[in-house]
Ligand binder design. Structure first.
Ligand code: HEM
Length: 559
């Protein structure tokens, strides 16, 4: 009897949820119709956390259904990063702007470069939806999670941290770590840990140039689990993977309940890790405060040092707004988050594209050998980095096809109007706004008939000599890899310097190929297999990444 009552209860709750969802969908649909753009309807919001956990799995079954049942708006648009698969197609069907309605929100998709640039310029009309980044407030508010005056004040302080002094540190750290990584890869018969090793490289560049903690490179199989850098990396990883849980409880409550829990429980471990990470940040902060008190102290210009100094200077200025201690911790954590996997995932995509494209490797090493001739390893940031344009083109081309950080904004509390290709569109409050990066970045109108091909040379003007080449002019709004406008990525150059230095160290004298899977696999088949892996096996976890790059081992050989 009790079971029957429970079943009835459950049925009532589920029916109420479905009814509520259907009514919300209807309400949003009625509002969206007034915008006057083509509309697609999907039953579950993209940001529903339960759905996010199962979306791709569930849809992989639904897609197998025959005809319309397996091919409809639900199967096309109702999963994360669907844009990467459909690219320009929805805009070819519906024009430069369209709407997706869900029970929770109205989503506005835009693929007109001019209108996109206008939205980026009108930062206050199209602010960041901080509800979505709130999860990064674990250790304090930070640049990614604030808006308005608070954002302006924080951005001013953080912008000063990314300067040429710091980029010099990024350059030298990247060169040294990439050389050690190459030596490790050269010792392997074939490398299955490319993604892990690139993550280590990127983390070590960030910990050095960002926070003054310099670690030697350790290859994945040589890494001791007790090493300081492995601990730091694992703590950061675990905090990021459990952000939702930590945020829901708050670190303070986590510390309070942890002593009463068995040590083997995840919550207890998380509390320990958060406490260790907090202590690590506090120690660094105290150390930097001590250093910056002595104004004449010279040393490595890290992000952290600049952050503490700029915050103190700002606090003493006429505006009197520096960063609070909690905001300093919030930003330390956020810089770790924003500056680590972003570059590492871009590296991994690029490395696999290069392995499948030996001609691009030759083109790259021609430039590196011209710019960095001779055996000397005295490679300078100020004179060499600006000349290595082909190396940078590899990064730009990779991000064009595989954009690791998608940009999203919204319409705040007031409706806004916008010109889209000569037509005025009025968007209601709280509409989510998604720049259709995967569409504009692969539109043949701007990128030519082979827009879907990975071809870094498209970025470089023809006819130049390696080391003296110029970039092609790209129409504004057709490439959004680091976003645009006042709220673009402040770490753009940091990541570019890291990428270019690493490419130079890796590809000057060495080449990489996919290891054949069996004796009969030809080189062409192996390259096609790698390209297929990139296309079929990439999906967002926190950011867009290759899910199983280890399935295609790579082999490094000296030229
Ligand atoms: C390949 C590497 C990188 C890519 C593709 C990338 C991309 C982006 C994008 C697209 C945004 C805007 C997100 C949005 O508007 O929703 C962003 C913001 C940001 N990025 Fe990066 N990023 C990279 C590396 C870095 C690095 C190395 C750092 C720092 C060390 C960094 C720090 C930040 C910060 C602090 C923000 C927030 C800016 C604000 O809200 O004002 N990024 N990044």
């Amino acid at each position: 009897m009790a079971a029957v009552i429970m079943l009835y209860g459950l049925a009532i709750v589920v029916s109420a949820l479905i009814l509520h969802s259907a009514l919300s969908l209807l309400r949003n649909y009625i509002v969206a119709r007034r915008i006057g753009l083509p509309i697609r309807i999907i039953p579950i919001d993209h940001t529903n956390p339960l759905w996010l956990a199962v979306d791709r799995k569930v849809l992989s079954y639904v897609k197998k259904l025959p005809g319309f049942l397996g091919d409809n708006s639900f199967t096309r648009y109702n999963f994360r990063a669907w844009e990467m698969y459909d690219r320009l197609r929805p805009h070819q069907e519906m024009g430069p702007a369209f709407i997706i309605v869900t029970p929770a929100r109205i989503w506005f998709y835009l693929a007109s470069p001019d209108a996109l640039m206008e939205c980026f310029r009108r930062r206050t009309d199209f602010p960041r939806c901080v509800e979505m980044t709130e999860i990064l407030n674990v250790f304090g508010k930070n640049l990614s999670t604030v808006e308005g005056q608070q954002w302006k004040a924080q951005r001013k302080v953080i912008a000063t941290c990314f300067n040429d002094q710091n980029h010099k540190v990024v350059w030298s750290e990247s060169l040294s770590l990439a050389n050690d990584m190459l030596a490790y890869w050269a010792r392997q018969v074939s490398v299955t840990t490319t993604a892990e090793d690139l993550r280590t490289l990127s983390l070590h560049v960030l910990s050095g140039a960002g926070f003054g903690k310099f670690f030697k490179f350790e290859g994945h199989t040589e890494r001791s689990s007790a090493s300081v850098s492995a601990n730091y990396k694992n703590s950061l990883q675990m905090i990021l993977e459990n952000c939702v849980l930590i945020m829901a409880l708050g670190p303070a409550s986590l510390y309070k309940v942890a002593p009463y829990l068995p040590a083997s429980w995840k919550l207890a471990k998380l509390a320990d890790i958060c406490a260790a990470f907090q202590k690590y940040m506090t120690d660094q902060y105290e150390e930097e405060k001590r250093v910056t008190v002595h104004e004449n102290t010279v040393g490595t210009e890290t992000l952290m040092r600049s952050l503490v100094r700029a915050s103190q200077v700002e606090a003493l200025s006429t505006t009197g707004v520096g960063l609070s201690e909690s905001e300093i911790y919030g930003n330390m954590f956020m810089l770790n988050f924003a500056g680590h996997d972003t570059t590492a995932h871009t590296f991994t995509f690029a490395m696999y594209f290069l392995a499948a494209n030996p001609c691009v490797q030759d083109w790259l090493s021609e430039e590196i050998r011209t710019v960095l001739d001779g055996e000397s390893k005295d490679w300078q940031y100020s004179s060499h980095f600006p000349k290595l344009k082909r190396c940078l083109a590899v990064m730009l081309e990779t991000l064009r096809l595989y954009t690791v950080v998608p940009v999203s904004k919204w319409v705040g509390n007031q409706e806004v109007t916008l010109q889209v290709d000569g037509r005025t569109i009025t968007l209601p409050p709280k509409t989510m706004f998604i720049p259709s990066y995967a569409a504009v970045q692969t539109d043949s109108k701007y990128w030519g008939p082979e827009a879907l091909e990975w071809r870094p040379s498209r970025w470089i003007q023809e006819g130049g000599k390696p080391g003296h080449e110029q970039f092609n002019d790209i129409k504004k709004g057709t490439f959004l890899g680091w976003s645009e406008g006042a709220r673009d990525c402040p770490g753009k150059k940091f990541s570019q310097v890291e990428f270019v230095a690493s490419m130079a160290a890796l590809f000057r004298d060495w080449r990489v190929d996919p290891a054949p899977l069996h004796d009969k696999e030809t080189r062409e088949e192996a390259r096609a297999r790698v390209l297929d892996l990139i296309e079929q096996d990439s999906a967002p976890v926190l950011l867009l990444q290759m899910l199983h790059p280890e399935k295609a081992p790579l082999v490094w050989k000296k030229k």
